[in-house]
Design a protein around this ligand. Sequence first.
Ligand SMILES: *Cc1c(COP(=O)(O)O)cnc(C)c1O
Length: 368
Amino acid sequence: MIVPEDQAGAILTIDLGAIVHNYRLLRERLGGAACAGVVKADAYGLGAGEVASALLREGCQDFFVAVLTEGIELRKVLGPGPRICVLNGTLPGTEGEFVEHGLTPVVNSLPQLAGWREWRRLHSGSDVPIFLQVDSGMSRMGLQPEDVTLIAEDPSLLHGLRVKCVMSHLACADESEHEANLAQLQEFNRLRALLPQALASLANSSGIFLGRAFHFDLARPGAALYGINPTPGRPNPMRPVVTLASRISQLREVAEGCGVGYGFMARTSCTTRLATISYGYADGWPRNAQASAFFEGVRMPFFGRVSMDSIILDAGACADRLQEGMLVELISEQQTVDDIGAAAGTIGYEILTRLGRRAHRRYVGDNA
Ligand SMILES: *Cc1c(COP(=O)(O)O)cnc(C)c1O
């Protein structure tokens, strides 16, 4: 939905320059390894077309999406050059769509592999390039160790296919001291030695910060590009990317002892100035995340429950300066997506991917 700015209850500003800056920073950390852009889920809600185009101009040549339809859309935007890989693999019978749109499947299981062999048997042409994902310990997606052994013993299982890259995914990369990281690294190295020579890829955003041994040939950051802290518990090395502002839809003054919002979860203890803003859980704000809005840096705490389409603020600190229609900030350097994630008992990723379906989107810092 495209929402004109003057009609929008909220404005989501996405700094493409900051995304490019973060991409460069990750590339520097990687030294020689290539850096992909993970733009699944509409680039974590920020607009896959805009984000991927900016990364492409920066020299990014590898993109990851989660599902086929995302890949088809992205191919239209990026043109034929860059590689687009589909992380969730192939659903049975969709092989032709992958080939038609030049999408690289991440093959995750023996049945998916069989589907591709069958497709190749029925269609002539050159070998189909694939990524092979192995499960190095997360138990989510990818070939299991015994599947890899089968392939090692019977190379014809890869007939007609060309393994471009062997990849795996880390379960605990955001906990740098977690013993699973080294265990997965070792298992990844063991499994990849059983497979044909190919590029290797293991690290997501946090994995890049675990050190050289995790970098291999290609890293796959998503979150860090979008400003989420890849090193929780330590200072965030990334530049903030999103700001979210919401409009004041109503200002009022209520007397002492008034119930405020659903269930009267708040009650005024004195005469109180309230501001109601046009943002709620239908816009992606978690209903359980009690936080604040900011006006010119001054904090206005939420007062009472988050509603579907609105949030009530205790506007006492700024009431003299506020008018209906003015913007207050919900996400900024004062209150980051990671902060909101913590307040909601979740992670910044979930906050980011749900933001702003009804918001007007403004892209800034574009280098095009
Ligand atoms: C989502 C995803 C990534 C990107 O992870 P971030 O933590 O956002 O950097 C990389 N690889 C795979 C397999 C993923 O599913």
